[in-house]
Design a protein around this ligand. Structure first.
Ligand code: PLP
Length: 286
């Protein structure tokens, strides 16, 4: 990484951006994060990302170090300083640095650590992956049970992504008790007879910001949405499948565990939803 990175109030060249080895984010993954897409130099779905950041912190009893305006200014400053037109802003808040390793939470006066950076990622809108569609393999969901909190404890997601890649696929979907929970870094959907099916919200999946907006846009477009669990076999027999995430927007899935989904090509519903999501979210970008 190059560019300008934010660390605890300072904007620094990436090579000078450092935190302590005693930071609890480093020692214990005691930290949460958010990732917001940037399109046309503007932040997509920003208020919702900030609301989830606030919720993740509250769930872990970490004080939110900034208000809405402070976070917005920080995001915009990173976009400007790094000249990002299409890409993302990553922010991480940890429980801070006590200068030692201890399981107990530190006293209230220890401030959280805030680290943030912005990345140029040209091609997230005109994405080759969206044009080709993704090949997915399924893996057991071995994560902890508070997946609704966006923590940096991502080792299993990273491992699952690597296992999927080594199996020759593009990504993995995680499966628990016979049902798909979500992708390694995205929410999972199937389409059957025009109905969009996705797992309901709970502690077992991340409450995707793209998911929330997309389901709203789909309902506004009079499309039927069914929030219920689905199996791998159902996904393989579906007309279409797709995923959503902040920088993937809506990306079609064309294969699950070696079986072609529908025609084996990106489906019309997924492609239409991608178009709707990008068009609509551009209108409210900040
Ligand atoms: N599910 C998981 C496990 C994720 O890691 C992510 C994004 O990182 C998502 C879903 C999608 O969430 P969002 O649409 O807010 O990016």
């Amino acid at each position: 990484m190059t560019g300008i990175v934010y660390v605890n109030g300072e904007y620094l060249p990436a090579e000078e951006a450092k935190i302590s080895v005693f930071d609890r984010g480093f020692l214990m993954a005691d930290a949460i994060y958010e990732l917001t897409a940037v399109v046309d130099g503007k932040l997509i779905d920003f208020p919702a990302h900030l609301a989830r950041l606030d919720r993740s912190l509250a769930e872990l009893d970490i004080v939110n170090p900034h208000g809405y305006d402070g976070w917005l200014a920080l995001h915009r400053e990173l976009v400007a300083r790094n000249a990002v037109t299409e890409g993302s802003v990553y922010v991480e808040v940890t429980r801070g640095n006590t200068g030692e390793r201890a399981f107990e939470y530190p006293p209230a006066e220890i401030p959280p650590t805030v680290v943030a950076f912005a990345t140029n990622r040209p091609g997230i809108v005109d994405s080759p992956a969206a044009a080709a569609g993704l090949r997915i393999v399924t893996l057991p969901d071995l994560r902890w049970q508070r997946r609704d909190i966006k923590t940096v404890q991502l080792i299993y997601q990273a491992q699952a992504k690597m296992l999927a890649k080594r199996a020759g696929a593009d990504d993995g979907w995680l499966v628990e008790d016979g049902f798909v929970t979500e992708g390694t870094s995205n929410n999972a959907y199937i389409v059957r007879k025009g109905r969009i099916v996705t797992r309901p919200l709970g502690n077992d999946i991340l409450h995707g910001i793209t998911r929330a907006s997309l389901l709203r846009f789909a309902r506004e477009a009079q499309m039927e949405v069914e929030e219920r669990q689905f199996t791998v076999a159902e996904a393989q027999a579906a007309d279409e499948a797709f995923i959503t995430s902040a920088t993937g927007f809506v990306t079609p899935v064309v294969e699950v565990d070696g079986t072609a989904v529908g025609t084996g090509k990106p489906g019309p519903v997924a492609l239409r939803l991608r178009e709707i999501y990008i068009d609509e979210s551009r209108k409210t970008a900040l």
